[in-house]
Design a binder for this molecule. Sequence first.
Ligand code: PAF
Length: 283
Amino acid sequence: MHRLETRAALHGWRRGVSGRVGFVPTMGALHEGHLSLIRRARRENPVVIVSIFVNPTQFDDAEDFRRYPRPIERDLALLEAESVDAVFVPSVEEMYPEGFDDADAHYTFGELETILEGAHRPGHFRGVAQVVAKLLRLVQPDVLYLGEKDYQQYLILKRLVKEYLRMPVEVVLCPTVREPDGLAYSSRNQLLSLEGRRQATCLYRALCRIREGYRRGEPLGSVLAEARRIVAQTPLVQKVDYLVVADAETLRPIQSWQEAEHAYALGAIRIEGVRLIDNLRLY
Ligand code: PAF
């Protein structure tokens, strides 16, 4: 596996490869969710590249950035075991030679960047779009693999590729991978205590209650109230940022099932100081 630390090294490597290139951008602390994206990229492309970069511009909370796990040697061993062709591990200076307020800092996405995650993490999606724009220009992939757990990020990045970068990149959404008790894999799970991790499953249980309510044709209002109770009554949950059903395209929350052609149940909670998100596609 090639370990590429600079733009110049990446450029040189990219010039030397031919065939479809699958790309999985990550912030490291790799888990089964990442590995499922990487395995899919491996199955579908002769060339696979992964990036590991904890991007400062997408953190609205300096403490969250500082605490973000960075087990780089372990990550590299995992990528090696998955037969990844190259890993791009740039420094902050390498990614932002002109400082953070550069030409990529200003892509706008209207309401999509201000609702749900955007409402609770101001500037987050601008930072994500900023770094992914750079990564895509550098890597020049044919396919970009993204996880469904970050569904709002997927919608933002699809728009980035189509409306701003206009690159011929296929954006593939891959299903969320869960632990046996339903907890979605996340690099942040390892910041929880054993008990916190156990109680964090309340978010998935609440989303499942919404899905059950939809399948049974129960009124959305009462289903949501019950789902919110499931999380609110979990002792270690400090805050429920949102728990909604939203239109799958616009992510605008809906009040009755008929309001959207396709919908997701989405939630974000804070537990033991750790922010977790999850979602389920309903219809
Ligand atoms: O989903 C993530 O891990 C990050 O937001 C991404 C896409 C790697 C950009 O930093």
